[in-house]
Structures are given as structure tokens and as C-alpha cells.
Design a binder for this molecule. Structure first.
Ligand code: ZN
Length: 684
């Protein structure tokens, strides 16, 4: 399960990566630590890079381990391209040949349009938009595409044996330019044959019905440990018979898988623990055989191994791209524990009982004995496959239900990726546009990231874990309001304590201003800016958004008489100003107490009223104003990353160190990967 920003972080700044924009090439904002996270922006995409904090202080063995795993992370790249669409690799290799060898005018407007198209295709790992699933429309004419190919080195073009360059042109032109052909990567509209009408390459020459029948015959009923049926294969018709071609060494994608195995074998030699060596051995076995029982065995081992510093994911994992939700795309990352941030979660977890005992909740609804949830904070060392360039912000795996139930799962937040988002978003004009005054802007710039991180930690480690139900209360009593109310309960727990002196005592926040920064951001988001994600005339539906809106509007209304929070106008623009932070904390405490009571007693009506009265509606005039102001900022709704380059230093044939280089050339990285990490033919 991937956690995206919209799911995990009720963020101060994360919200900016939404809504649409065009071609706003922004100057790189100066980050507060002088590291420039911004790489470039085109169409609806913003590209950043990320830092590897404290990488230098890892042991040589850990660095080697990370290096080998990072190679296994990039080695499978071609697989995802082919999975996304059967001609993606042919198109990518053609684009690479053009960029590499086109001899015509590279300053022309048409060539620049071609480069933008190429960048979009690289970002999406194919010719369909990574989020909307629509095929890209090139901003240059078909005739120009032909002249690009003709002006390139024919030896570099992916021309098949016995084929001419002209044949390549006439084959590719409709694939790229015919708007009706392969129009959607995933088609799930009602009445569609989701298999036949989706361009995604998990099926060939079969209908949805045929696929469903094929797998219906394979389900073993009453299996308490069912395999993830159909996870790692393509279904096609051979001689009129529906068959499955499995991704494995010697099978489908074998050449790329063999390269992944080479690096996993090396990684296995330097893994930190015996348990992890064993785990890697099972993964290699799985890649060799494609056996889904092995995949489960591997995941059990992986889920149990959580003590080591370095970890990774590598395999066919998420099924979001299959219209039938069965087949998984190839994905990989390498990561290592963020010791500083994990110290923070440890402090919180070890004080869980204090937080419980001192909360404003009624004594009968507090837990006598509360254990915080240990969530690990990690830093990414390499992104690959379906996690690159767009990356998740949190990951919770494995996916198999029975493993989650019997063995458990690992839940991690990606600190350096989140940090890059946050800092790169400073200076894009969003904060200046919506903050009430300069003081607020300065406070957020100084403390926004730590305040945000602390909020997430308190929410996850103690917020959800706190409180108990009254005896006899139906745990499902709150029905459709359970989810926004539960998020509100965890958020309020965090908000209440963020302004408590305990934060300073425990060293979790540097001073009270950091707590204020959290309140500023939360109220601004809940009362103003989160509605940039809502279409005009619509109401708020998503649970986290309802939660934030309910908390902010409830506190605003209840504090109205004392002017605790106010809507003000700055240069005619609506802003939110907090006048009394201590009173606001008291209000958060009151609402926490009430929502805990609602949950503990299963008071459906009261819970419903909190959400419906404060969390759902959008003021139409304010909405119009916010949308207009937001549109003027030209922010890119989607973000992705370039990877650092990890280079081993050798002495007498032995690796003695691994050096991190932070490159900032997006297209250069794509060309490099195409040249050095491409193991599959143009057509598979
Ligand atoms: Zn939550």
C-alpha cells in the first residue's frame, strides 16, 4: 500500500501540489539549508531531487549493501515500461536515439515541444499520463516526428531486422498521434471491457470475461493463506487457448530479472543480518521461479525483519495499474533508518502513558495502559520502477491480507522525500499568497517542517492509539462518519499537545513558535487553502479533508465571541489570523474530549453533526476567490524526483567507500538509465 501525500499528511504545505498549471518554469527557490531541491518544471510536473542525510556516517558494509541494492532498484526499469504499454520501450528507444543523434535544429520551437513530450513520457514511464491515464498529445505535428527520425542516426534507432526507418515511422506515427488508438492506459468506465479497452500490457488478445474465467478456475476456496493469484504474469491467447506467461528468469522479462538477481546476489553477501541474507535468498528464488508461494514466503521473512538499518522493497507489488486489480507493476526502493527522526518517534512512544494520562479526555475513556505504535522513519537512497520519478511519501507492506494479520506489516514514512517536498515548496509563492502576514511566513519557513513532522508523529504514534470505548459500545456505531472522526481525534491529540510545554521539556520542539507554526498552517489549510482541491460547486468528501475542515471551522465558531481566530483581509485578499494561541489550544482540547466521548459512547448523531455542520460545506464566494488566487501561482500538481548517483570507490578491486553525487539533470538521468540499465528488447 502506498500512502500518498493526500492520505498521510495533513500538511501545511503539501497541499500545493494540486490543481492544474501549464509551463511555469520557476526559478529554483533557495532552500533554507542551501541545498537546491528544485530541478525543473514542465507542463503539470515539478521535478525535485532529494538528499541522503547522514549517509557518510553509515558503515562501509551498509554503504556497499545500499549500493548493490540500488543497482537492483534501477535494473528492472524496462519492465515497468513494457507493463505500462506494449510499445513504450520501442517509443522510448526512438526518443533516446533522437535526443542522442538528431542533427537538425535543436533550437526550433518544434524541437522544444518534442523535448517536453519526451520529458512527460519519461516521467510517466510511458506515453500515458501517470495519474489521469490519458495518452499524451504531442505539441508538434506528425510530419515533424518523421523528420526527427529521418534526421537521426539509423544505427541508434530501434529498427528491427528486415525493417526500414520508413517502416518504423509509419508504425509509430498512429500509435503516438492517433487520438483514438490506445487512448487510455486503464479504462474502467461502466460497461467497458476493462481488459480489451485498456492499453496497459497485462493482457493480449483476450476479453475481460476470458480473463475472469481463466482465474475463476484457479481459486482454491477456503485457503487460509491464499497466494496473490495472477500477480506476476501476462495473460494472452496462444493458439486459441488462454494462457499465462510468468515474469521470471528464463520467462517473461527474464533478461531484466536476471540483472536484478545479479545485484541481489551481491547484496546478499553484505546484508546486515543472517535473517536478511536468508530473506534475500528467498527473493532470488522467487525471481528465478516466479512461484507465488515463494513470494509469500519471502514477504513473511521481509515483514519480520525490522531491526536492521538498511531495508528495501523489490518486486511486483502494487496492483493499481491493472483494471482488474490483480497484476502488479514492478517497483523498488532502497532505504535506511533516519536515526534522528526515529529518536523523535521513540521519545513520543515511550511517553505514551503520560500523554494519555494528561489529555483533556474524560477519565473513564482513557486507557489505563497505553502502548504507542512504533512507526519507522526512513530515508530513501534510491527510487525505482513504479516509485520513480513520482514517489510515495509512506509505504505500508506487504499487501497480502493473511500476512498482515498473521505476521504484521511494516509502516514507514519517507523523511527525506517529504522534506524535499516541503522545502522546495517554500518560495513558490503559495505561503506568501495565503499567509496573514510576514511574521507567519517567517515562522513557517523556520519551523514548518519540524512542526509538520511532529504533528504526523503524534498523530500516528499516540493519537490513534489513545482512548477506549465504553463497555458495550458497538465499534461500528459511527458508520460513514467513523473515518473523519477518527482522523480528527488523532489530529486533535497532536494539536492539543503541540502547544504544551511538555514538547519543550522532551526536546521535541525548539520553542513555542514552532507550535504556533503548526496552528497557523492547520487553520489556514482547514479554513482556506485545502479547498483548492475541490471543484467549484462541490462539497468536501475525502475523510482527511473533512476532518481538517471540521476541526478548523468548529474552533473558529466556538472562539468567535473571544475573537480567537479571525478572517481578515490583506490587500483585499481573505486570510486567517490566529489572535489567541492558548485559547485555541483549549478549544482543541474541548473538541478532543467531545470526539473521544462520541467514539467511546458510539454517539452517531453527535458525531454526524460535527462533521456535517463543520466539515462538509464550502462557502462558494470564498471558494471562487481561493481558486482564482491559486491558479495565478501556476504550481505544478505532480512532483517527481531525480535519483542521486551512487559511485563505489575501489582500491585493489575492493570497494572502500561509496560516494553520493546529487545530480540535477533530469533528462540526463533518463538518458543515462536508457544507456546503462536497459536490458529488454524494444518489443517483448
Ligand atoms: Zn490517521
Amino acid at each position: 500500500m502506498r500512502m500518498l501525500y493526500k492520505l498521510i499528511i495533513p500538511s501545511i504545505m503539501m497541499i500545493l501540489s494540486l490543481s492544474a498549471c501549464k509551463n511555469a518554469a520557476k526559478p529554483a527557490p533557495e532552500a533554507k539549508d542551501d541545498f537546491n531541491y528544485f530541478v525543473e518544471q514542465f507542463e503539470d510536473i515539478r521535478v525535485l531531487r532529494y538528499k541522503l542525510p547522514a549517509f557518510e556516517s553509515l558503515s562501509l558494509q551498509q554503504k556497499k549493501y545500499i549500493f548493490y541494492l540500488s543497482q537492483a532498484t534501477i535494473a528492472g526499469r524496462d519492465i515497468l515500461w513494457d507493463q505500462n504499454f506494449k510499445y513504450n520501450l520501442l517509443i522510448r528507444k526512438t526518443i533516446e536515439a533522437i535526443i542522442d543523434s538528431y542533427s537538425g535544429d535543436k533550437e526550433s520551437a518544434e524541437y522544444k515541444e518534442f523535448l517536453t513530450y519526451a520529458k512527460r513520457v519519461f516521467f510517466a514511464n510511458g506515453i500515458h499520463h501517470h495519474y489521469s491515464s490519458d495518452k499524451f498529445k504531442p505539441g508538434f505535428p506528425e510530419s515533424f516526428f518523421a523528420s526527427l527520425i529521418k534526421g537521426s542516426d539509423p544505427k541508434k534507432l530501434p529498427v528491427a531486422e528486415g525493417q526500414t526507418v520508413d517502416q518504423l515511422i509509419s508504425f509509430l506515427s498512429p500509435v503516438i498521434f492517433d487520438e483514438k488508438l490506445y487512448a487510455r492506459k486503464i479504462e474502467q468506465k461502466a460497461g467497458a471491457d476493462m481488459v480489451a479497452e485498456s492499453a496497459v500490457n497485462f493482457y493480449e488478445g483476450v476479453t475481460q470475461k476470458e480473463v475472469e474465467n481463466f482465474y475463476a478456475g484457479k481459486v482454491v476456496s477456503d485457503d487460509p493463506r491464499p497466494i496473490s493469484l495472477g500477480l506476476n504474469s501476462k495473460v494472452e491467447k496462444v493458439n486459441g487457448k488462454v494462457t499465462e506467461e510468468v515474469y521470471r528468469s528464463g520467462g517473461k522479462y527474464g533478461a531484466a530479472i536476471d540483472n536484478i538477481i545479479i545485484w541481489l546476489e551481491k547484496a546478499k553477501e553484505v546484508a546486515e543480518t543472517e535473517a536478511q541474507k536468508k530473506e534475500l535468498g528467498i527473493l532470488i528464488e522467487y525471481y528465478k521461479t516466479g512461484d507465488l508461494k515463494k513470494w509469500d514466503e519471502y514477504n513473511v521473512a521481509w515483514a519480520k525483519n525490522s531491526d536492521q538499518m538498511v531495508d528495501y522493497i523489490n518486486g511486483f507489488i502494487e496492483n493499481y495499474e491493472d483494471p482488474l486489480g490483480m497484476k502488479a507493476t514492478w517497483e523498488a526502493i532502497v532505504d535506511y533508518t533516519d536515526i534522528e527522526a526515529s529518536k523523535r518517534t521513540k521519545i513520543i512512544t515511550s511517553n505514551a502513558q503520560w500523554f494519555e494520562d494528561n489529555s483533556p479526555v474524560q477519565p473513564q475513556y482513557k486507557k489505563e495502559k497505553v502502548t504507542g505504535v512504533a512507526a519507522k522513519v526512513i530515508n530513501i537512497a534510491m527510487l525505482g520502477g513504479d516509485s520513480y520519478p513520482p514517489s510515495p511519501l509512506g509505504i505500508n507492506l506487504p499487501n497480502a491480507d493473511w500476512i498482515r494479520k498473521d505476521v504484521g506489516s511494516k509502516s514507514v514514512t519517507l523523511a527525506n522525500i517529504t522534506n524535499a517536498y516541503d522545502i522546495a515548496s517554500q518560495g513558490n509563492g503559495f505561503l506568501e499568497e495565503f499567509a496573514a502576514d510576514q511574521e507567519e511566513v517567517d515562522r513557517i519557513k523556520k519551523y514548518g517542517t519540524i512542526a509538520d513532522a511532529l504533528h504526523t508523529d503524534l498523530h500516528e504514534c499516540v493519537g490513534h492509539a489513545s482512548g477506549k470505548l465504553a463497555e458495550g459500545t458497538d465499534p461500528n456505531a459511527l458508520k460513514n462518519y467513523a473515518s473523519p472522526l477518527e482522523e480528527a481525534r488523532a489530529d486533535l491529540f497532536a494539536l492539543y499537545y503541540a502547544m504544551d510545554k511538555k514538547m519543550l521539556e522532551l526536546g521535541l520542539l525548539p520553542n513555542e513558535d514552532a507550535g504556533k507554526a503548526l496552528y497557523d498552517g492547520y487553520l489556514r489549510n482547514g479554513l482556506l487553502t485545502q479547498i483548492v482541491r475541490i471543484k467549484p460547486g462541490k462539497e468536501i468528501e475525502q475523510a482527511h479533508m473533512r476532518c481538517r475542515s471540521a476541526i478548523a471551522h468548529w474552533a473558529y465558531e466556538k472562539g468567535k465571541a473571544d475573537n480567537v481566530v479571525a478572517f481578515i483581509k490583506r490587500d483585499g485578499k481573505t486570510c486567517v489570523k490566529i489572535n489567541d494561541y492558548k485559547k485555541l489550544q483549549t478549544l482543541f482540547g474541548e473538541l478532543l474530549k467531545e470526539i473521544q466521548r462520541v467514539k467511546s459512547e458510539g454517539d452517531f448523531e453527535a458525531g454526524k453533526n460535527i462533521i456535517e455542520d463543520f466539515g462538509v460545506k464550502v462557502d462558494p464566494a470564498l471558494h471562487t476567490e481561493i481558486l482564482e488566487r491559486y491558479a495565478k501561482l501556476n504550481l505544478a500538481p505532480y512532483t517527481g524526483f531525480v535519483n542521486p548517483v551512487l559511485t563505489p570507490v575501489y582500491s585493489n578491486g575492493e570497494i572502500t567507500d561509496v560516494i553520493v553525487e546529487y545530480v540535477n539533470d533530469y533528462l540526463g538521468q533518463m538518458m543515462n538509465y536508457g544507456k546503462n540499465y536497459s536490458f529488454l528488447p524494444a518489443i517483448n
